[in-house]
Design a binder for this molecule. Structure first.
Ligand SMILES: [Zn+2]
Length: 406
């Protein structure tokens, strides 16, 4: 019953009209049954007027008219003050309207009732946590969800909320522990999430200057989830900072081998490396091996940058042409071409390269989208800023030639 209510009042679900109609039917039947049972138990008749307002309230919710729904539910509660489900509905409506104070008062009213069913009290405590969260009181929300878990350690939703708060607070150790508890409760893929938490712990140690601990955590992240790109990138950075370039490059190469769709991230790391490395032989070997593994536009651009750095202008322009043949709207390649032509004093050619660039400018080449909620962030992120899921953001293949093996 409680979960049905929660389901019914989640805004995302309200929009699903068909489902809402089913919920309405169910809600009416169950709601009526519960009220009738309680009425019989208490030995008193339920006033029809209260029921009427209650049903009207549900109809207003389904037509998304929250103000009218609140009015009807308030009437229903005034007539029949022991109807918990109406209180719950009112609390959820106040929360969805951002009236957190009122929502909280309603939860406390439910929790403080002396004869209340344990499960309903627990759900009200959980709802209170959600109110605090919506109101931005993260610490209070956290302690409320923890109380819920103390009473029922298998309360998955509370654990998931706790994990999200720890992630928001960047308390990775506790986020990690919470995910371990969740993993004991539900089957599914947890390793990639645990790996992100381990990377988070590594970053914290790195910021504190404890490179050894940071290295350990990045390695643990990789052994937990072989495709944790973030761990490879940061581990490579650590070795690079220690001037162990060979090791850094061999770690970035793991990205190319294990997660080829994110190869371009390894190339970006290389771009920053040219200026600092005296001997570029490892880079050359790396790129040669990459081009044997996959000859996509990113690889051609990376080769172009390398060759340009080696003063092989012709070679660089040749690689750029190959990249643009594969992916004509790859504006990063076009811009690089313009830069090279300008430094070579070829103003006319540069002008036409930039003219082509401007034509393609309205199409961002690297585009990302969350496959869970559809959100399109400007930059690649491992955790979706909208739905908070891990590793759901993918590169959208807009040219066909760029993203291979996906
Ligand atoms: Zn998302």
């Amino acid at each position: 019953m409680q979960s049905l209510w929660q389901w019914l009042f989640e805004t995302g679900h309200q929009q699903t009209f068909l489902a809402a109609i089913v919920a309405l039917g169910l809600g009416l039947i169950i709601g009526w049954g519960v009220r009738r049972d309680r009425g019989l138990r208490l030995g008193k008749a339920i006033p029809d007027k209260g029921d009427k307002s209650f049903f009207k309230g549900i109809q207003y919710i389904l037509s998304n008219d929250h103000d009218q729904a609140i009015e009807e539910f308030t009437k229903s509660v005034q007539i029949n003050s022991d109807t918990i489900e109406t209180y719950v509905a009112l609390g959820n409506l106040y929360r969805s309207k951002g009236d957190i104070d009122r929502a909280i008062r309603i939860r406390q009213n439910i929790i403080l009732r002396p004869t209340i069913d344990e499960q309903i009290a627990l759900q009200a405590l959980f709802d209170l946590g959600m109110d605090y969260r919506k109101g931005g009181f993260l610490n209070r929300a956290l302690s409320t969800f923890q109380k819920v878990v103390q009473k029922d350690p298998a309360k998955l939703k509370a654990l998931q909320e706790i994990e999200k708060i720890y992630e928001e607070l960047k308390d990775w150790e506790n986020a990690f522990r919470t995910r371990q508890k969740i993993a004991r409760l539900i089957k599914g893929s947890h390793d990639h999430i645990l790996a992100h938490h381990l990377v988070g712990m590594g970053k914290t140690h790195q910021q504190k200057g404890d490179i050894n601990k940071a290295t350990t955590f990045f390695n643990r992240a990789i052994s937990t989830h072989k495709e944790c790109v973030d761990a490879y990138l940061h581990l490579g950075d650590l070795y690079f900072a220690k001037r162990d370039y060979k090791k850094a490059i061999s770690i970035w190469k793991e990205v190319v081998e294990n997660v080829p769709q994110f190869t371009f991230l390894a190339y970006r790391r290389l771009e920053g490396a040219y200026a600092k490395m005296e001997n570029l032989k490892p880079v050359e070997n790396f790129l040669k091996e990459c081009s044997e593994l996959n000859s996509d536009a990113f690889t051609h651009l990376a080769l172009a940058r390398y060759l340009y750095n080696e003063n092989d202008i012709e070679g660089a322009l040749r690689e750029i042409s190959s990249a643009l043949d594969l992916a004509p709207t790859f504006w990063e390649a076009r811009r690089f071409k313009g830069e090279i032509l300008l430094t070579q004093g070829k103003k006319e050619e540069a002008l036409s390269a930039y003219r082509e660039l401007i034509q393609d400018l309205s199409i961002p080449y690297l585009r990302f989208q969350c496959k869970q909620c559809g959100f399109m962030p400007k930059e690649l992120q491992w955790q979706c800023p909208q739905c908070k899921n891990w590793d759901t953001i993918d590169l959208i293949d807009s040219g066909g030639a760029l993203v291979k093996n996906t």
